[in-house]
Design a protein around this ligand. Structure first.
Ligand code: SF4
Length: 192
């Protein structure tokens, strides 16, 4: 296993799937092997690609609210690691952003995760991260998020916090009424 500094340097100069990235490679992640919470997301959008800061957008504002974390806490790599399933902006298709590039997780994910030896909670956002991180598969994102009562305090499936998901949130009020308060208290226990 590479030392984490060498691994991160290799990630940051990665060009494995550059032929498929219309805006070119720019891996956006936050990582320190001391992190206690992992945010396993999908892929950066254009705004995050331009800023280079993960979740520096409306999705991030909502996610921090769900977690009860300040921006300073969220962006403390000693507390929170942020690893999308694809580290670079995959571009945009007819119905929104393209899925995370499939080359990324096989190239980097297992080795990065092996360095997270203090991890106490994994927040799994969207179906690609669910497919990778959940111990079993569900028929839909909604079914996976509903599984929070199955008792995995260390793994919490979440819907995507994007404003594009407002309809889902309106249709599933139990999420913000019941799951989010429990999530906040679990996160507070882990980060304090
Ligand atoms: S998406 Fe992942 S595999 Fe592709 S260039 Fe970026 S870091 Fe490399």
């Amino acid at each position: 296993m590479r030392p984490v500094t060498a691994l991160l340097a290799d990630v940051r100069r990665c060009t494995i799937c550059s032929d498929h990235l219309v805006d070119g490679p720019r891996p956006v992640l936050q990582f320190d092997s001391a992190a206690r919470v992992l945010v396993a997301g999908q892929a950066p959008g254009r705004k995050v690609h331009e800023s280079g800061v993960p979740f520096a957008d409306a999705s991030g504002d909502r996610l921090r609210d769900w977690l009860g974390l300040t921006a300073a806490e969220f962006y403390d790599p000693g507390l929170v690691a942020i690893l999308p399933m694809g580290f670079c902006f995959p571009g945009t298709g007819a119905s929104g952003d393209l899925p995370p590039r499939p080359e990324c997780a096989p190239a980097w994910r297992d080795e990065l995760l092996s360095h997270l030896t203090n991890l106490r909670m994994t927040l799994v956002i969207g179906r690609y991260a669910q497919a990778y991180h959940l111990p079993r598969q569900y028929s839909s994102v909604t079914a996976a998020v509903k599984s929070w009562r199955d008792g995995w305090p260390e793994i919490v499936p979440l819907p995507h916090p994007s404003p594009r998901n407002n309809i889902w949130l309106r249709r599933n009020p139990w999420f913000e009424d019941e799951l989010v308060p429990v999530l906040r208290s679990r996160v507070a226990e882990v980060v304090v």
